[in-house]
Design a protein around this ligand. Structure first.
Ligand code: PRP
Length: 180
């Protein structure tokens, strides 16, 4: 089935989290990080592709020095359920030893991606490692993983927009929508 951005703007699908709600939450999370990481110059690592919009909005609200880098992993491809096997498609380029690292995710579903990233980054001996995610699906976890800076707990439904895709499209929707 094909979906178009226009259908979402025309109100055919339900908004789960509005643009304004996202904006307020991003500011709130950024404020907490600003306080907690004062004088620490953290490295923020965005998990591509989904986190690109959230990451961009978040760093603009941080009132501290920071660096950014990206990693691209994939467990879903175009499927709706994680295969459980995770591949690194683009690795982190900076050295993380002794650095304060924040991993930035758009969504935590099964928890397999964040667990994989924790193991991967830990091998580089960072000074600290914490996780930020805009959303976490309730009741979907295959691994219980505590997110340090969490935006919204959402129902276990397929969502799109604000970075999240359906078959690589719909990432550019400014709000988070329910697909069904
Ligand atoms: C999505 C999302 C997270 C991951 C969460 O990425 O961006 O990285 O799945 O799922 P999990 O908790 O079950 O591991 P996806 O592999 O779909 O790639 P994308 O970000 O490019 O859409």
């Amino acid at each position: 089935m094909d979906y178009s951005v226009a259908e979402f703007f025309n109100g055919k699908y339900k908004v789960l989290i509005t643009k304004d709600e996202i904006h307020r939450k991003v500011k709130e999370l950024a404020h907490k990080i600003t306080v907690d990481y004062k004088d620490k110059c953290p490295v923020l690592i965005g998990v591509l592709n989904g986190a690109f919009i959230f990451m961009a909005d978040l760093v603009k609200e941080l009132h501290i020095d920071c660096e950014v880098d990206f990693i691209k992993i994939s467990s879903y491809g175009n499927a709706k359920i994680s295969s459980g096997k995770i591949d690194v498609l683009k690795d982190i380029n900076c050295h993380l030893e002794g650095r304060h690292v924040l991993i930035i995710e758009d969504i935590v579903d099964s928890g397999l991606s964040v667990k994989f990233l924790e193991n991967l980054v830990s091998t580089q001996n960072p000074a600290s490692l914490k996780f930020v995610s805009l959303m976490k699906k309730m009741g979907a976890a295959r691994i219980n993983f505590e997110i340090d800076y969490l935006g919204f707990e959402i129902p276990n439904e397929f969502v799109v927009g604000y970075g999240l895709d359906y078959c690589q499209k719909l990432r550019n929707l400014p709000a988070v929508y329910l697909m069904n």
